[in-house]
Design a binder for this molecule. Structure first.
Ligand SMILES: [Zn+2]
Length: 279
């Protein structure tokens, strides 16, 4: 995919990207280190060390899904959602024919809504499932075209291709253009934020996750999600790539009834991200 497709869904020019303070500090740090290396005899090793340290910090921020050093990152619903008693259940890596329809039935039975961060190529494979998710009142958001394992090593062109292509596929399949983006495993680098800005997407991570792609014990997944559960929480679960219980069931199908029951008991309402993010 070329630049043109990325630009077609652009909402702002790349120049208007507001550099996050940490990125501005990082640029200044580079200038200072290089300046010292040039001007001060014998300072080169220190200057190089300073730049290496800076890159290590930036890499660390990119590997920390809930960090906002590299740009805005939604980890909770806004304050207004507290008064509305809202939480957001987000379900990643689908749609998955074996799991997603049963998830939709569970949500319907409890009258709750969720947000599905879909992999666009899986939507291409199961467009009817994507349409059903939206028809039943839920939201589909952008979780890249292919969910590449090396996603966090991509540069601006790679990000633009993976994300803009997913925007087009999801908009075509559901009639709704996503406004939220989540990186595979939440991992990224400083080139991601300008691309999201240009495409009009907000990076959304989570308040808590159940690690349900690795943990097959529903009680453990539920305990992680429900610790300090409260309004404004954004919870992360998976319908695609779900770990299996001892009985071989996708763990989400065992956890979701427990979670929905707990929300009811606590008087909390699960809403889609576009609804919950309203201030
Ligand atoms: Zn994922």
């Amino acid at each position: 995919m070329g630049k043109s497709a990325a630009m077609s869904s652009a909402t702002a020019t790349p120049e208007s990207w507001p550099w996050p303070p940490a990125m501005r500090a990082s640029a200044a740090w580079h200038v200072a280190a290089i300046g010292a290396g040039v001007l001060v005899p014998g300072a080169w090793p220190w200057a190089i060390g300073a730049i290496v340290l800076n890159h290590a910090l930036i890499t660390g921020a990119g590997l920390t899904p809930r960090s906002n050093l590299l740009g805005p990152n939604v980890t909770r619903l806004p304050e207004a959602a507290a008064a509305r008693r809202e939480v957001a259940i987000t379900i990643d890596d689908g749609p998955e024919p074996e799991v997603t329809p049963r998830v939709l039935d569970l949500l319907d039975a409890h009258g709750q809504r969720a947000t599905f961060f879909c992999i666009a190529e899986r939507v291409l494979a199961h467009p009817e499932l994507a349409r059903e998710i939206v028809a039943r009142g839920h939201s589909i958001q952008n979780h890249t075209a292919q969910h590449r394992h090396n996603f966090s090593f991509l540069g601006p062109r790679g990000f633009a291709s993976e994300i803009a292509r997913a925007q087009d596929i999801l908009a075509e399949a559901t009639g709704q253009r996503p406004t939220c983006f989540r990186a595979p495993a939440g991992l990224r680098n400083p080139f991601l934020e300008p691309v999201l800005h240009r495409l009009g997407l907000s990076l959304v991570s989570w308040t808590r996750r159940g690690f349900d792609t690795r943990e097959g014990d529903p009680a453990k997944v539920m305990a992680r999600l429900a610790r300090h559960l409260q309004a404004r929480d954004i919870l992360l679960l998976h319908d695609g790539n779900a770990a299996r219980t001892a009985e071989g069931k996708p763990v989400l199908l065992e956890v979701l009834p427990l979670l929905l029951e707990r929300l009811r008991a606590d008087g909390l309402r699960a809403v889609t991200l576009p609804e919950g993010l309203k201030s």
